[in-house]
Design a protein around this ligand. Sequence first.
Ligand code: AMP
Length: 218
Amino acid sequence: MAMQIVIFGPPGAGKGTQAKFLSEEFNVPHISTGDILRENVKKGTPLGMKAKSYMDRGELVPDALLYDLVKARLAEPDTKKGFLLDGYPRTIPQARALDEILDDLNRKLDAVVNIEVGTTALVRRLSGRRICRACGASYHVAFNPPRAQDVCDACGGELYQRADDREEAIKNRLAVYKKQTQPVLDYYKKKGILIDVDGDREIEEVRADVIHALKEQA
Ligand code: AMP
């Protein structure tokens, strides 16, 4: 069964965490546009240099910069068995662009999983989030702390706070989500492939719910 899934939700909803589980469960690649962009910033590629200032401020990178990146990634052979898109689409033009890209590849989305979490909880989650520089694993200083402070349990790498997880950028990201990204939900609702999941629960509970919902949909 080739599952072609988008994982959707505001920043801090737990998309990355759940995406890792789903990618293992359905054996599909986890494609995070945020991770790919951060990788480009780290390497100082032309794309990374163009994207960095938007990202640091918590704003969206222009749609045009994402288009080629997503198109090329979805054309790679490992997506034949399906894929899990995390962080894309984030605007209506991106949702349309994704349909076009998938049409060209003779594919279509099976489901869009929307993880719902209220604003207060999102701010709490984002401001306490720490990421491993080496492997990208995600922690929270209070809710999911590493065994040793600032050290990744999985690989021993150094943990850091993303520039856009600081307070000013968080406010901006949540405002951007409401204005530019939330309307995308309606787009998928109309297509009948939207699955809403309550994300304000333990990681394990959300995981079980999401997997159950996707298996029913398939
Ligand atoms: P994320 O890791 O998904 O929270 O993404 C981090 C940042 O990367 C966002 O705040 C944006 O600046 C940028 N970004 C990631 N995905 C997209 C996208 N689909 N469209 C525009 N900007 C994006």
